[in-house]
Design a protein around this ligand. Sequence first.
Ligand code: PGA
Length: 249
Amino acid sequence: MRQLIAGNWKMNGISAALADIETISEIAATSAPDADILICPPATLIWRAAQTAAGRIGIGGQDCHPEISGAFTGDISAEMLRDAGATAVIVGHSERRQLHGESNSFVSAKASAAWRAGLLAIICVGETEAERASGDHLGVCKDQLSGSVPDGADSTNTVVAYEPVWAIGTGKTPTMDDIGSMHAHIRRCLTARFGSESNAIRILYGGSVKPTNAREILAVPEVGGALVGGASLKAEEFHRIFSAVPPRG
Ligand code: PGA
């Protein structure tokens, strides 16, 4: 399974940041990492980012609306992302779930919309600090998976990202054992529902991934890559992260 290293720029980046897309694309083209590289810039940059990347890395959206078009002021459809040059879209990020009240069923509809448009859906799940403290984290992620991943998920249309909410932007990360147990748990949930063919669905870890911890995290069994926020904003740091992908054995 080829790992995916995806950068989530969140609400960061104006035209000047296209220089970073160029730098990352050039490094990816010349260093040929054994991983797929994706950057999800703000929607305003997708078209130009895709032109700049010119296929050397993938460009994705950070969210999409379930419908193709209509009276949804401010929203962007999966088809629009695709038209702008995206090949993937993040859905159900905890910032969308928490700040925009997105439910599992809404996230599932977004993932289906991504597939309809021919985009790879990166479906995020993860527990809060309180849920982890109460020992409920495995159950929480299981429920999020069953509610947010539509029927028909496979490795060509879906990536799951495990992002503990308390690790996002905080500098805190779970122990490698905790990451390993959660990823094994997510794998069991996917296999129980979709069968062993789904074993090629990549499960990314996200939450305070940095150049200093990437090597250790990316080597954990069932970690199929990383979803990187803050550290994806600087080309040099992001490069050090995707250079840490372990050789496939
Ligand atoms: P972080 O964000 O790497 O800045 O913690 C990860 C994410 O929210 O996807």
